[in-house]
Each structure stands twice: as structure tokens, then as C-alpha cells.
Design a binder for this molecule. Sequence first.
Ligand code: GLU
Length: 281
Amino acid sequence: MKLRKVTAASAAVLALALTATACGSEDKDDSGSGSSGGGDKIKIGIKYDQPGLGLKEPDGSFSGFDVDVATYVAKELGYEANQIEFVETKSADRENALARGDVKFIVATYSINDERKQKVDFAGPYLLAHQDLLVKADSKIAAGEDLNGKNLCSVTGSTSAQNVKDKIAPKANLRQNSGYSECIAALQSGAVDAVTTDDSILAGFAAQDKYKGQFKLVGEKLSNENYGIGVKKGDKATVDKINAALEKMVSDKSWDKAVTENFGPANYKNEPAPKIGVIVK
Ligand code: GLU
């Protein structure tokens, strides 16, 4: 009798556990962990405030090179454009968003480096950019070392901010915002003398109608930024699938098309398509 009671109780616990598991896996599919289409959604992390790369338009649509890469890769993974849910992943949030499983992968000007590789895995690279400086059109700042003692803006959790502190201008008065759009506003108002991050990002801002003629890129290649697609640590199957998709995007010329459409208006002279797995140090 006693035994039977225990068994009944166990059965109840088991039933509850099964229900919980069922709910859990449903949530998981919603969050984009499903490996094929069939009505599932996929969540992809992008930037929302970087014109030409990852931008949320006023009408709620998304544009930019990273958005096009993400859309192409998703399609190869079995998801149509209408099955994608883009999620904002700011520079400082990317590793945590992947660890928590908020998104399946991140295409957000996300440079591959050893520190990040401790926490996440990367597919790619799919673009090589370089750290540069954006200044007012009449600025005398002409090199990284000119920034020492000057007011400079970059973004928390970015390689750009880290490089300034470690090498480029340790004596600059560095202000760190959560996104580059805030830095650009600070440059326009005169609150800072320069903004530093990847040339790809800075060119996109400089070409915006509202800033036309106001800023210039200094043209310094202060670093190599190899953009990768971030994936949860250990998810090798997804890395392999994304790498295959990126190879196809280059070979069928969709990569060139995305470059022309997104970087053409900013007159950004990008590097040629990188080889998958080859990091330019
Ligand atoms: N590519 C650099 C990085 O991953 C700077 C751009 C960004 O903050 O996304 O940190």
C-alpha cells in the first residue's frame, strides 16, 4: 500500500515534469532553437542604430549589411524572412544574450577575438573592418595619438573602447555610451572631439543626410576587426551550417550585392570577402 502510494506520487511528479518539459521545449522553439523551418521563428541579434549595418527604420523594418547577411544565413538554415525575429544586441550584451539563449546567433559588427572566444563561438569571418576616428570636418585630429587629453566617445563592451585604453590613446578622456548613435550626437554637439569605432560604422553615420558635410573619417587603420557571427559556446553544428551559408553567399555573389547596396551610399571602401576561418591579425 505504502509502495503504491509512492508510485502514484511519482507518477504525478512525472506527469508534471513532462508537462514542464513540453512547455520548455515549446519556448525553446519560439526562441529560435529549432533547426529547421516549418513555422518556427528564429531570433537573431543585430544592432538597431548603425546605418548601413544594422538599423531599425522608423516603420519597424530593418536594413543594413548585417541584416542582409543574417537573412541569407537564416534562409540557408531553413527560415524565410518572415520567420525571423530581430532582437537588439548592444555591444556589451552580446555574450550574455548568447549564453542565455535569447538569440540563435548574432550578426552585429561582432569582432572575433580571443577574449570573446572564451565565452562564445564564432562562424566567419564575413567582413574585415578597421578601427578609425570620426571628427568634425574642420578638426585638426589626424592620428590616434592626437586623442590624448581630448574628449573621445566609444561604446561599452566594444573592442574600440578597449583598444583606446590599451594602446591608441590611454590618456584620452574616454566616455563610453551604450550605442554609437549617442556618441555621434555628442560629436555633433561638441561634447566630444572624436568618436572611435570601426570605419564601416563611422562611414554609415557620416553619410546620413542629417550629418552630410559635418564630419570626416580620419582614415587611420588602427586595428583589424574580423566580423564573425556569434553562436552559443559549444554549438558546433550551427557554426558549421553558418559557415557553409557564408561560403555560398560569397560564391553566388549575394555578398557583393549586399556590399554594394549597403556600403555604396556611404562610399565605404570595404576589404574583399574574407576566407572562412582565416583571421587577419
Ligand atoms: N567591431 C567592434 C566590436 O565588436 C566594434 C563595433 C561594435 O561595438 O559592435 O566590439
